[in-house]
Design a protein around this ligand. Sequence first.
Ligand code: SAM
Length: 310
Amino acid sequence: MAHIPVLLNETLEYLNADKGGKFVDGTVGGGGHLRAILSRNKSNEVLGIDLDQASLRKLEAELTAGGLSQKTKLVSGNYANIDQILQQVGWDQVDGILLDLGFSSLQLEDSSRGFSFATDGPLDMRYDRSQTASAESVVNQYSPKDLEDIIENYGEERLNGRIAAAIVAARKEKRITTTSQLVEIIKSAVPSSIRFKANDNIRRVFQAIRIEVNRELENLKSALPKMVSALAPRGRLVIISFHSLEDRIVKEFFVSEAKDCICPVEFPTCVCGKTSTVRILTRKVIKATDLETEANPRSKPAKLRALEKN
Ligand SMILES: C[S@@+](CC[C@H](N)C(=O)[O-])C[C@H]1O[C@@H](n2cnc3c(N)ncnc32)[C@H](O)[C@@H]1O
């Protein structure tokens, strides 16, 4: 199934895509959002970035066939390096930046990528297939303590200790190389009384390993200030996140950027000298409508936050 872009109208509205300008799609994937941005105004140009070389090759061919390559630049890279990438393509400040985090349906449905626990495949989970760290190296090489911490911190999984111990015991017998091996190991660590809902545990552990393999939270944290710097005055930043760990990082960054002073409350006067650089546009987080979640269940956990540079 093709990747359906989530919160599409909301994204275009918050990006101010009707106005015409230069936009960055930091997670361009199948190009759903990119195409919609281009169609909003004839003068729009989009720089699309993705770590996944295969997705970019496919998109490039489609954009060329559709006569859209003149208005787009595609770069294989990490959105966390947006400053260097903008320099590389000769763009200075931009009018809007979008991040639609996580993985695409194309990646999930390709069992050779190892993102899905529903189909058997190699334990991979890399967006960037040229990097060495993969789910296989995390599962087979990390210390028991590191596995426990990752499963707790990135998967918010409370059976982290049992699951880490089961992984360590299994890998002593035989290297863990496939998603189905990992699924069985996780299942075996879930007490039999609650094993009927082990898919929840499996989903959380897969999420944790994927976040670790791709350094997802580190990338997001380091990208946000660079993205605000890259915006022109009145430029917009729109972030769509899919789990609470990402959303918390976005929310805390937005709140702190919008504040005039970040001195501890007990300080009688401001010593930090910080002034607000942005205005938050989404006082309440934006979620998909019932209509959208029915048509595209992937949109259900999506949360959109947007800001405007002063
Ligand atoms: C949810 S998909 C984006 C889908 C896209 N908005 C569309 O409508 O087709 C997320 C994409 O971000 C890419 N990605 C994840 N982390 C990245 C990073 N740090 N830098 C660049 N791309 C990244 C993934 O490879 C994936 O293709």
